[in-house]
Design a protein around this ligand. Structure first.
Ligand code: 5GP
Ligand code: ZN
Length: 137
């Protein structure tokens, strides 16, 4: 897509700090570096986000995660790593070309704070909801 900043990075029209590249994907350092080594993994083909992808294109993209995650952790001496993917504005997506954030984690003060709000479990409601959502094979 001509007006997509990540397509321009893939085409080499905008510089990037590459961490990994093959025929299908590119991984490069996020300019904001929320934590040290913050990396974005993107497919070379333009998709708006995961909601637009099929199983094959998603498999190709996600299959690259373990190797890059392991390298980041090892080379940076990180203690862990968060993998985050934002889909649509409400979920924090600002660049509309599928990307997966890899965020090496060092300690509680390393710049990232992901909090899940816990609710008391309502097992009847859970069963009903799962019934509504059940996809099958
Ligand atoms: P989102 O909020 O859509 O999940 O994440 C988009 C990410 O792209 C942000 O973390 C932002 O820092 C990063 N980003 C935006 N423009 C550029 C750019 O030109 N180069 C790089 N390397 N990262 C970018
Ligand atoms: Zn694009």
């Amino acid at each position: 897509m001509s007006d997509c900043i990540f397509c321009k990075i893939i085409a080499g029209e905008i510089p990037s700090s590459k961490v990994y590249e093959d025929d299908d994907v590119l991984a490069f350092l996020d300019i904001t570096q929320v934590t040290k080594g913050h990396t974005l993994l993107i497919p070379k083909k333009h998709y708006r986000n995961i909601l637009e992808m099929d199983a094959t294109s998603a498999s190709t993209l996600f299959a690259r995660l373990p190797k890059i995650a392991q390298q980041l952790k090892e080379k940076l001496g990180a203690n862990g790593l968060n993998i985050v993917n934002n889909n649509e504005e409400i979920a924090g997506q600002t660049i509309f070309h599928t990307h997966i954030h890899l965020l090496p984690r060092f300690d509680e003060t390393d710049g990232l704070n992901i909090e899940f709000t816990a609710h008391e479990p309502d097992f009847t409601a859970l069963a009903q909801l799962a019934n509504e959502l059940y996809i099958g094979e």
